[in-house]
Design a protein around this ligand. Sequence first.
Ligand SMILES: [Ca+2]
Ligand SMILES: [Ca+2]
Ligand SMILES: [Ca+2]
Length: 465
Amino acid sequence: MKLNLRLLLIGLVVSAPILSQPTWQVGNTTLTEYDLVTGVQLPWEILWGPDDFIWMTSRKGEVLRIDPASGNYTVVLEKTVMNGGNGEPGMLGMAMHPDWENSPLVYIVYCTGSGGNGIEHLSVFEWNGTELVNEEGLLNLQAGGIHNGSRLLMLPDGTMLMTAGDVGSSSNSQNLNSKQGKTLRLNLDGSVPDDNPFPGSHVYTFGNRNSQGLALGPNGIIYSSEHGQSSNDEFNIVQAGGNYGWPNVEGFCNTSSEQTFCAENNVIEPLEAWTPCVAVNGIEYYNHAAIPEWQNSILMSVLGGLGGQYERLSVLHLSDDGLSVTNEEQYFSSFNQRVRDVAVNPSTGSVYVAFNGTSYPGSGPNIIKEFRNEAFASSIAAPSGDLLALKLYPNPASESLSLSWNEPLQDASFEVISYDGKSMSSGKAPSSTLVLDVNTWAAGQYFIRVSHAQGTMTRSFQVKR
Ligand SMILES: [Ca+2]
Ligand SMILES: [Ca+2]
Ligand SMILES: [Ca+2]
């Protein structure tokens, strides 16, 4: 009897590797650190996909689809890119069509060619369940050896933003006839939206240098991060038609020549600026209950300066109205690794951080780490079963959202949570279909978690106004 008990105890210890994972303390919340994927090359975009997988672009020219439970991945697209992805250009921004069930389309930016003939392509691909196929080009820009921008963001109004760098020619940025040094707004077929600020033009903001971070916050606020030259990295709110100052103004309007230019050109100042540059990159709005200490903040990737310092994940705490930054906290600088991008698991609130090596312009092999509140995550049923069996329509929705499953939904429990953290609706489905009234919900991103005997699934959707 005694011997058996001892064997049992030994077995327990050996089968509990979780105890050895590093942890991080955020106030009262303990985050456990996991290496989700190791040995990948230069992740540039990581995002939580509508299929509950993590999607990643590699600057070297690949798209990976990663199982967030195991870290196993498949390569779903390969392209030959400018300079082999060894400098700033390569395969960069990515975003998914919001109506994934009906339009499984992936938007990707990548650079080809060389020298002065480089082209930056914005293309859309179809997901066939195995790989990305049937490329259709939507827009060609100039690609440069530096400053290729290219973060993508889907908006609740059914359009898309793309940041475009000045490709090292700063005179592009104030020139409204150039697409470089801008934020561009496009319909999802690449055409110019009728209500863009400059009729007939993709230009949405100008006076930008090289913005490589975009995120949607509460109340429709769009945030961006932007690289400065050697001083004045910026954190901005993106406003239609806005002039962000470059190259005449860096950061705030605080020199006499800047003040003159700002007054004459109605320049929009950043919410925050960092001098010397720390190299600000991918951003995400965080308001998940999993890490209460980070609610209503922007998680901002920081690559670090050219000399390999300042690398971190910055947590920019926002005011209640989202219009200002109240304070900055810094995490994970002890890895001494360039932080390129960040993504959030909408179900568990886990934060995924993509690292890019120790020095500019980045080198592999790289790691994507997960930081998980175990206590919270273990209280949430993990997605399981045939995830795509759950259908949501229409998406984006404006009046009502219908859900159906290939199994009866009756008695399934559901909860809808806005990306800004509010529980919008919950309960049991009354019949085989569930119809949610979204009339009074703000425009933005939401996700739903549905559990019944067939499994649990989460799905993101948008409400438009
Ligand atoms: Ca991202
Ligand atoms: Ca600016
Ligand atoms: Ca200034």
